[in-house]
Write a protein that binds this ligand. Structure first.
Ligand code: PEP
Ligand code: MN
Length: 285
């Protein structure tokens, strides 16, 4: 079998990689609108977990943009553990996202949960998010691979690096090589945090692949007070960017309020991020 083109030559336990004979390459850059992921700029993607209302999304977008985020996130289709939880505003959320993207000029990333929604979501999204729960939805990966949109592929909640890389391969095998990997924590025996952030995954993926690597410390920790320090650790470990959940009033959020930063906390986060990014040779807007 042919070794995937994006896997680096570096030593690895994976047989597939061990067979790699090509020269090591630089990180691939993925362009989303004017934003270049994988280059010298450390990219901060911020926004609410779910799009709840026009005002909620607009106020968050303006504030995170003012503070240095260069992309907006917000879910219209939300994969929720309980079917009785808020599952997103669907098409209505996409419409709000389109309006606020036009107003702010921020490129947007939003989750697509179902292959049947790809076209509709693709009219608004500058980058498709594949969520953790869908990392091994091979139909979805294959269909996303047929599009030209960049893809933000989150790590499955109990997936190994090898499984994750193969998931990326499903997309790339269809001809779409604009894939960004996002560590978002994995299931372990620890229950204090929502997940356990695998910081090691960041440099490990940099060795194994030439794809940009992100960290999402919001889902990784599940606690807003831990987002800041863990996010900084990810940057120090070589992440190309961070995805952060921000909400105007986290205590009223319809999803993931416990892990969402309010505007004040996001401002503090950006202040602390700059010197850390600089120390590892990255710029933040
Ligand atoms: C999200 O980004 O809102 C999300 C649902 O993340 P994950 O798929 O990592 O749980
Ligand atoms: Mn969330």
């Amino acid at each position: 079998m042919k070794t995937p083109s994006y896997i680096r030559k570096k030593e690895s336990a994976m047989k597939l990689i061990a067979r790699r004979k090509e020269e090591q390459q630089e990180t691939t850059t993925v362009r989303v609108g004017d934003v270049i992921i994988g280059g010298p700029q450390l990219v901060v993607i911020a926004g609410p977990c779910a799009i709840e209302s026009y005002d909620q999304l607009l106020s968050t977008a303006l504030e995170v943009q003012r503070l240095g985020a260069t992309m907006l996130r917000g879910g219209a289709y939300k994969p929720r553990t309980s079917p009785y939880s808020f599952r997103g505003k669907g098409v209505g959320g996409l419409e709000m996202l389109a309006q606020i993207k036009a107003l702010t000029g921020l490129p947007v990333v939003t989750e697509v949960m179902d292959a049947r929604d790809i076209e509709r979501v693709g009219l608004v999204a500058d980058m498709f998010q594949i969520g953790s729960r869908n990392m091994q939805n091979y139909t979805l990966l294959t269909e996303i691979g047929k599009t030209k949109h960049p893809v933000f592929l989150k790590r499955g909640l109990a997936s190994t690096l090898e499984e994750w890389i193969y998931a990326a391969e499903y997309i790339m095998a269809e001809g779409n090589d604009q894939v960004v990997l996002c560590e978002r924590g994995i299931r372990t025996f620890e229950t204090y945090t929502r997940n356990t952030v695998d910081i090691t995954a960041i440099p490990a993926l940099k060795e194994l692949t030439h794809l940009p690597v992100f960290l999402d410390p919001s889902h990784g920790t599940g606690k807003w007070s831990l987002v800041n320090p863990v996010g900084l650790a990810g940057v120090a470990a070589g992440a190309d960017g961070l995805m952060i959940e921000v909400h105007p009033q986290p205590e009223l959020a319809l999803s993931d309020g416990d892990q969402s930063l309010n505007f004040k906390h996001f401002a503090e986060f950006m202040d602390r991020l700059r010197p850390v990014a600089k120390a590892v040779g990255r710029e933040v807007l």
